[in-house]
Design a protein around this ligand. Structure first.
Ligand SMILES: Cc1cc2nc3c(=O)[nH]c(=O)nc-3n(C[C@H](O)[C@H](O)[C@H](O)COP(=O)(O)OP(=O)(O)OC[C@H]3O[C@@H](n4cnc5c(N)ncnc54)[C@H](O)[C@@H]3O)c2cc1C
Length: 331
């Protein structure tokens, strides 16, 4: 039976550096609505930390995703994420409103914030989930890969809130109309936010922009060990440029040193969901496919017709990747 003292689902609404709500919030909101129905239509609420007087610009976004209540904290310093302050405020909020479930996007920020909240509250956190459901006892059933991706484990949490993080692009957002009138609740920031152990002065981008492009790319051309060397990867890049695609890689290619680690797709890389994913010289190990099965159409090029990638591919091309890419480039 669900716990009577705890109720509702709370989602952390992360803001991007440009002060947009991170897309993972909308993905979580849609899944939360599904979970809510199974729990008897409990509230789906959000918590957000913003600079003063900007929260209402997100009103429509929250209402269209069916968010019942938004708990918001305002402070000029919330332009920059600070794990110490953010976790302290959210922990206090959770103690007051006692949600049954808390969901956080497994972004860099979410991966930093969620464990701090969970450990302070003495509750369990299932990280990097690939699915969420409600079991027959009304508990959150959080599924994630384990044993190096060989097994999918469904994990239940004995304590409250039952917490989970989910990577961006794991859940889809449909255009379904979920409109509700959202109630905005201003929560006081009741401690000195400037008495800091550290302060953030500036953010500098140190990685190339390809990693951001992967999130929004409609076409991804991914290379694996089958590309053999840097020249192989250069060919892949040329092909990707020609068709307006963004490049990605398997861990095999990254470990060979022919592709940078920030474009790795899979369990220990990024999760992507483009319209078209072209896997070139990638065998299709579960640790890779877990990061790209949300793609709408998967094309695989591999010279081994028994490669596991063909089991999930919508279109399979058996042949030498160099010959095939060069042939396309000529056309
Ligand atoms: C804990 C853990 C986490 C992991 N996380 C990830 C992850 O995030 N992402 C990831 O990708 N992997 C991950 N891996 C590694 C994963 O198990 C595989 O080893 C890896 O994905 C293999 O990369 P690959 O497909 O490029 O290489 P291989 O498995 O070696 O496949 C190369 C493929 O290229 C084909 N090929 C060779 N030559 C040609 C040619 N000329 N033309 C066409 N095809 C050719 C071959 O037939 C073969 O199928 C992880 C492993 C573990 C244990």
């Amino acid at each position: 039976m669900p716990d009577l003292e705890h109720s509702g689902i709370l989602i952390y609404a992360q803001l991007t550096r440009d002060e947009y709500i991170h897309t993972v919030f909308f993905e979580l909101a849609e899944k939360a609505k599904e979970l809510s129905k199974k729990l008897g239509n409990v509230d789906v609420n959000a918590v957000i930390l913003t600079r003063p007087n900007i929260v209402f610009k997100y009103k429509e976004a929250f209402e269209n995703r069916g968010i019942n209540k938004v708990y918001y904290f305002e402070n000029e310093n919330f332009k920059n994420y600070n794990n110490e302050h953010y976790s302290k405020l959210i922990i206090n909020l959770i103690k007051q409103i006692k949600p049954e479930i808390m969901l956080v996007g497994a972004t860099n920020q979410g991966r930093d914030l969620a464990p701090r909240i969970a450990s302070s509250l003495g509750t369990g956190l299932t990280a990097d989930c690939t699915d969420l459901d409600i079991n027959e006892n009304g508990k959150l059933a959080a599924t994630r890969p384990t044993f190096g991706g060989q097994l999918m484990a469904t994990i239940l949490c004995k304590t409250y809130p039952q917490m989970a993080t989910v990577r961006p692009k794991v859940f889809k957002v449909t255009p379904d109309d979920m409109f509700v009138q959202t109630e905005f609740i201003n929560c006081p920031v009741n401690f000195d936010i400037t008495s800091d152990k550290y302060s953030i002065l500036d953010f500098k981008k140190t990685i190339d922009s390809n990693i951001d492009e992967l999130d929004s790319a409609e076409i991804i051309v991914a290379g694996g060990k089958g590309l053999k060397n840097k020249e192989g990867f250069a060919l892949l890049k040329k092909f990707a440029n020609k068709i307006g695609g963004t490049i990605a890689a398997s861990r095999g290619a990254v470990e060979m040193g022919i592709a940078p680690s920030n474009i790795q797709v899979g369990q220990t890389g990024k999760t992507v969901a483009p319209k078209i994913y072209i896997a070139c010289g990638i065998s299709g190990a579960i640790q890779h496919t877990i990061g790209m099965t949300g793609s709408e159409h998967i094309i695989a090029i591999n010279n081994d017709d028994s490669a596991p990638i063909f089991e999930i591919a919508d279109t399979g091309i058996v042949g030498d990747v160099f010959e095939i890419l060069n042939e396309y480039l000529k056309k």
